[in-house]
Design a protein around this ligand. Structure first.
Ligand code: FUC
Length: 793
């Protein structure tokens, strides 16, 4: 460490020590925190808090504070745009074109016949809270932090010789965003509070009123494109209605409701409570509910609300801990730490911090009863967000939930299951009307209203039919992680079955191949050189399509066995599975084919690596089959040689695939690239722009490097990077509901503790050694680095 830096760190410690003395508990805690020494000037520097439904981005400006607000149901439109376009005759025509090798024609026809084009409606910001402080000019000892241990964002500084502090958190138990402002200045603070929401193409989107001198109310309806009939590209003049209310509590200060600001004067302490209720959740009671929410909070002190928040949050967050070494750098400001990393200094602790951040963000954006985490989780400052901040199903939404089960947050996936159930329901109408088939089909993207129809301007991104097939993998995996047979019977089996019903109808028999084939197919967002030398996307079969169909069938068959079910439909599934196209084929150059043939590729480094679905998140490409395993490695090498994994989520996918390929060297390299290219100052993942999937995918990738359980046994430290020399992870979850703690030193396992929820036998594999164990229910079994059970057991 250079001398100047060391002095700076020392100075920072001293400041923090001072702050701790001055503020007691309120001082920024360095460990497990994001820490900064200047306010955020841009949104991607601000710090996120959330309770699954209600979120905020805290900028931390001393005099002109901005807290950007979000709620997860703020969407224009409704579920009333129909379910399908096109019909079974259109499908027959496209299939015939493909069989005749006329891919280009099939490409444009599929969109023309089946797609609702240009469906642009977006999740939207709830608006902003501005706090304009009077008389704060120069500040010293400024710190801004987000403590991942408590889910509280803090700002502290001194001005005019006095301390100021702010705390912001979003409480799940109380359903409220809480902001506490405090000073030891005997004259208190003077500030004006203002709520606002951006215009929608020049039109006001909210009405602001002050029903009492301590309350600001912001009421409106989400529209898009101005909601005006003559606006472009087309108006959406109806949507979710909302009622946002802010209440100020101050015992020492004076309140005065002005025209558009609420004035607070001489306050030594003030607590701001923000609630929002919407017609999506509360139907026509939403205004009453918003008013009642504030009334209910009257009996709760700040300390009570905070204590309930801490208890609720830490019960989830504390289930897992990870130490990778290099924690001395935890005291550095996070932006400086990133800079240092980019200058070439290794920092395993930064990977640990990003791992923790992914878990933090999942707790903050996905809680029981809320909508699932969208492309930006919950945090979005736009009226028209990039890609609508919606739910893309060809990797993005699934990636959001990759860390849930392995990192001990399995129940946070419930919003995903609730949502996917709704999409599958609409997918039944789509399958019936659009293709004349039973079961459920879901295309590549959807939104709050859960449509399943094709929304494609171009076949290569929109004509994909496996949104449902991929989505239901999580139901089966959730069962594997929890052993919850009630979930399997009531949620997983019906979901798997509805998608399998569609696939059974969809497959076409190929006489020449003597196999069932899926056609028309695409491979997400990628295209190939068609026979005419022109890029095309629609194909007669694709690796991913067949891999997903095979997996859905396998999982349904396995689920039926566990549940003791058997019927004619299941017999048909078993028969079609036996004669299903294998999906994973190796080409002459040793790579796995992405389509039905070895076509030329316009984009050989494409960010999607769809033909390796079976490697990750699928489970069928494993080291047990060395030729396919090596072909997967070659496929990845080829992608990377051509600039692959360039976007944030794609890099995160690569890290998971490296882990599955047991390739610690490449995993380390891709973690480095992720930090170098894809991490913003607030540690949000940059596609760019901001897309939260990369954060979640990263956290899943770190877990996958330390523990794997998809092969029927536990692989311990399967892809441990050399730089994570000594460390420990506690609380990871393996399939079978086994809690796993791992300690290692100098790259070698020193201790392994397993605790199963149910009695079971289990194989453990570490560096060429494999042992069989009987795990009793609820009792830890501890092994040493040679996989010998420690005598105290
Ligand atoms: C998928 C990806 C894009 C982007 C978008 C939101 O379609 O191919 O890269 O992440 O989703």
């Amino acid at each position: 460490m250079d001398k100047v830096l060391r002095i700076k760190i020392l100075a920072l410690f001293l400041h923090m020590g001072c702050a701790a003395i001055l503020f007691g508990q309120d001082a920024p805690t360095a460990a497990a925190s994001l820490l900064y020494t200047a306010p955020a000037t841009e949104w991607m520097q601000a710090l996120p808090v959330g309770n699954g439904r209600l979120g905020a981005m805290v900028f931390g400006h001393p005099s002109g504070e901005r807290i950007q607000l979000n709620e997860d149901s703020m969407w224009p439109g409704g579920p009333d745009w129909g379910d399908s376009r096109g019909n079974p005759a259109d499908l027959r025509e496209i299939r015939a074109l493909l069989k005749a090798g006329k891919t280009r024609e099939a490409d444009s026809l599929i969109v023309a016949r089946f797609s609702y084009k240009s469906v642009l409606r977006s999740h939207q910001t709830m608006g902003d809270l501005y706090i304009d402080f009077k008389g704060i000019n120069t500040v010293q000892e400024y710190y801004r932090s987000l403590d991942l241990g408590s889910a509280v964002a803090k700002v502290t500084f001194r001005t005019g010789g006095y301390e100021h502090s702010r705390e912001v958190f979003s409480s799940f138990p109380d359903g409220v965003l809480v902001i506490r402002l405090k000073t030891n200045d005997p004259n208190g603070m003077d500030f004006d509070l203002r709520l606002s929401r951006p215009e929608d193409q020049g039109r006001a989107t909210v009405g602001i009123t002050m029903p009492a001198d301590s309350i600001i109310r912001m009421k409106g309806m989400v529209t898009q494109y101005g909601g005006m009939k003559n606006s472009q590209p087309f108006p959406i003049d109806y949507g979710v209605q909302f009622d946002t209310r802010l209440k100020v509590r101050t015992s020492s200060g004076k309140l005065n409701a002005g025209n558009d600001v609420l004035q607070v004067r001489d306050a030594k302490e003030a607590v701001l409570l923000v609630v929002c209720r919407t017609s999506f959740y509360e139907a026509d009671r939403y205004e009453e509910d918003a008013a009642n929410a504030l009334v209910k909070l009257e009996s709760r002190t700040y300390n009570e609300i905070k204590a309930a928040h801490l208890q609720d949050y830490s019960a989830l967050y504390n289930r897992v801990s990870l130490e990778l070494g290099g924690e001395d750098a935890d005291s550095l400001p996070t932006d400086r730490r990133l800079e240092r990393y980019r200058e070439g200094q290794d920092d395993p602790g930064l990977a640990a911090l990003l791992f923790r951040y992914g878990r933090y963000l999942l707790i903050a954006s996905s809680r029981q009863g809320t909508n699932p985490a969208n492309l930006q989780g919950l945090w979005n400052e736009h009226i028209q967000a990039p890609w609508n901040a919606d739910y893309h199903l060809n990797v993005n939404l699934q990636m959001n939930y990759w860390p849930a089960n392995p990192t001990g947050l399995g129940e946070l996936q419930m919003p995903y299951f609730d949502f996917i159930d709704r999409v599958l329901e609409r997918g039944r109408a789509t399958a019936r009307e659009q293709y004349g088939m039973s079961g459920s089909v879901v295309h590549h993207a959807t939104d709050l209203w859960a449509p399943a129809w094709m929304r494609a301007e171009r076949a290569y991104w929109g004509a994909w039919i496996h949104g449902g097939g991929w989505a239901v993998q999580h139901y089966w995996e959730h069962f594997r992680y929890t052993n919850d047979t009630t979930f399997l019977r009531e949620r997983a089996y019906p979901a798997l079955r509805s998608v399998a019903e569609f696939y059974v109808d969809w497959l076409v028999w190929d006489e020449e191949l003597d196999l069932w084939v899926s056609s028309p197919e695409t491979s997400p967002e990628n295209s190939y050189f068609s026979e005419a030398g022109i890029p095309a996307a629609v194909s007669y079969g694709s690796a991913m399509g067949h891999q997903i169909i095979g997996e859905v069938f396998d999982n349904l068959i396995a689920a039926a066995e566990i549940l003791g079910l058997s019927d004619d439909f299941l017999k048909e599934v078993i028969a079609k599975r036996e004669k299903l196209h294998p999906g994973t084929l190796i080409g002459a150059d040793g790579r796995i084919l992405e389509w039905n043939k070895a076509y030329g590729e316009p984009e050989p480094g494409h960010r999607h690596i769809s033909h390796l679905y079976a490697l990750y998140p699928g489970v069928t490409i494993t080291a047990a089959d060395t030729s396919v395993f090596h072909a997967a490695q070659r496929t990845i090498d080829h992608r990377l040689e051509h600039g692959g994994a360039g976007t944030g989520w794609s890099r995160a996918l690569m890290i998971n695939m490296n882990a599955r390929l047991l390739d610690a060297v490449s995993l380390r390299e891709n973690i480095r690239k992720f930090m170098e290219i894809s991490v913003a100052p607030n540690l949000f993942d940059e596609h760019p722009p901001f897309q939260i999937d990369g954060n979640f995918g990263f956290t899943a990738g770190v877990a996958e490097a330390l523990l794997q359980s998809h092969e029927g046994f536990l692989r311990i430290l399967p892809a441990l990077p050399a730089s994570w020399k000594t460390g420990s992870v506690k609380g990871l979850i393996a399939r079978g509901a086994v809690r796993v703690d791992i300690d290692w030193e100098n790259g070698a396992l020193t201790k392994l503790a397993l605790r199963a929820a149910h009695r079971q036998s289990c194989f453990v594999y570490y560096q060429g050694k494999r042992v069989k164990l009987i795990l009793p229910a609820g009792q830890p079994v501890v092994l040493n680095g040679s996989l010998l059970v420690e005598p105290e057991n």
